[in-house]
Design a protein around this ligand. Structure first.
Ligand code: FES
Length: 184
């Protein structure tokens, strides 16, 4: 006959064995899953690093700031309108532009441009930015994030990079108030 103590000890050992096998299985599976997903990850990174057109230069008159939209390069067809990402384009002069992420540098609400006052304002907590994107007042600790851009064959191109949401890497976007990459 088996004593109840033996039974409970055996049961506990079986459970520990299952747990241990589960942990080892998860550790072994991680690199396999990463390898399987690597083409998708690589494709998305390449898409973020590619150049996208915001349209012909005459859409952006010199001395003005205009709203533009681009389609997220990482979008799926099922994403619909949500993959259309707005940004603010400031045409300083000639081939000199500034392209700002629409997201406030505080918590990411979309900022609006007010040409009358020459300021970007955030409706969420009152963050205010000057026309060059630098911080004017309110809770944001820095200026608006800025996209890399270039002018090519009469069009304005940007590198979309990663969206500057809290917690997300934003190494491709520039923190203009500090004059260095925003994170990382
Ligand atoms: S999100 Fe813009 S001020 Fe807070």
């Amino acid at each position: 006959m088996t004593a109840p103590d033996d039974l409970s000890r055996r049961g506990m050992l079986v459970k520990l064995g299952i747990l241990f096998n589960g942990v080892v299985g998860a550790i072994l599976a991680a690199p396999i899953v990463r390898y399987a997903l690597s083409p998708v990850i690589r494709e998305r990174r390449q898409a973020r690093e590619s150049w996208l057109s915001l349209g012909p230069l005459d859409k952006f008159p010199a001395g003005q700031t205009r709203l533009a939209t681009y389609r997220s390069p990482a979008a799926d067809p099922s994403d619909g309108e949500t993959a259309n990402i707005p940004c603010w384009v400031r045409h300083v002069d000639g081939d000199k532009f500034q392209v700002f992420a629409i997201n406030c540098a505080h918590l990411g609400c979309p900022v609006r441009w007010f040409p009358q006052s020459g300021l970007f304002m955030c409706p969420c907590h009152g963050g205010v930015y000057y026309s060059d994107g630098s911080r004017a007042s309110g809770p944001p600790e820095r200026g608006l994030f800025e996209y890399s851009y270039k002018v090519e064959q009469g069009s304005l191109l940007i590198q979309p990079g990663e969206m500057p949401t809290p917690g997300a890497p934003t190494a491709r976007l520039i923190n203009i108030s500090a004059g260095r990459p925003a994170c990382g």
